[in-house]
Design a protein around this ligand. Sequence first.
Ligand code: NAD
Ligand code: TYD
Length: 339
Amino acid sequence: MKTIITGGAGFIGSNYVYYMLERYPDEQFICVDKLTYAGSLENLEAALNNENFKFIKGDIADRDLMYRIFKEEKPDVIINFAAESHVDRSVVDPDIFLQTNIIGTGVLLDACRIYGITRFHQVSTDEVYGDLPLDRPDLFFTEETPIHTSSPYSASKASADLLVLAYHRTFKLPVTISRCSNNYGPYQFPEKLIPLMIANALKDKQLPVYGKGENVRDWLYVKDHCEAIDLIVRKGTVGEVYNIGGHNERTNLEVVKIILKELGKSEDLISFVTDRPGHDRRYAIDPTKISNGLGWRPTTLFDEGIKMTIKWYLDNEAWLQNIISGDYQKYYERMYGSR
Ligand code: NAD
Ligand code: TYD
């Protein structure tokens, strides 16, 4: 079997590449990635010499290139991780989110239709459901929860989901979609909450918590996400959406305090800053469908996963330094300078 993994040089995609190469030593995997600020070949270093793995630099919105790749490689399965993924960036500059997340997905779907595949899997997000109130802990996102987006990022991901479902209905394309909660783990770019706070704490820099830090996210260790996607692709029902989450809700302030405690740093580093516009209050997944239907359960508890993640960043300080010393400084100044 030959699988194309788009966006495989980013956070979740690179974890997926390693997971798959180890789990299926007889299959072939091709990563197609544009290598934006969020993607790096450094993330795939340990895969590049594997004879079952190939890297192709390319933009999923580049129709000619995608058709050429499909024609030459004849993939069986496509797993689309490629996306602009950061909400804050989408607030400042939505355009590239529409281009990659919507147009790019459309191009891949057309390529699948023309060249034929056995499965197209869209890696989506729980953010397409909007948010839940903080005072209703009994409410969760199910696959039937209406799409109700808040940010240009989530709106672009929801648009892509609708396209994927339309290609199933209209062209009988064999698709599946997964909508996962917030991931954490190795190789996450330090613009997202957990790695940003680890990076700042290590340098004794202030930890910028939006608003009062009361917003809630439902955290899942990245390897559990990878396992769920693979299960959906191999055993899931075509045309279906599956939510992925492990009932691991924490307020942002709780997460930041855990990181500070693990690193032996003072809570005085916490700095409450201006809130994100349109900030979603709470995400919480009901994973009943994937649990009952496919037998998936997360295996890493948050207390254990956050320790493993912090250790990874400590062990890979050169990786972190490499990112932080580049254009990242400009991004940080723009995003946090006058907050
Ligand atoms: P990421 O930003 O770390 O990585 C995205 C990757 O896509 C990068 O390697 C980048 O170079 C590549 N890319 C961007 N534009 C591209 C284009 N036009 N063509 C080809 N490649 C392109 O993102 P991530 O956190 O790994 O997220 C991966 C996917 O999972 C995204 O689709 C995201 O919406 C979804 N998701 C993420 C989370 C999370 O918590 N991070 C949760 C649920 C779903
Ligand atoms: P993030 O990692 O950007 O993921 P998402 O917005 O897609 O859930 O943010 C997670 C939460 O952390 C979110 O409620 C916003 C908050 N946050 C901060 O308080 N400070 C920060 O510097 C960042 C990046 C996020």
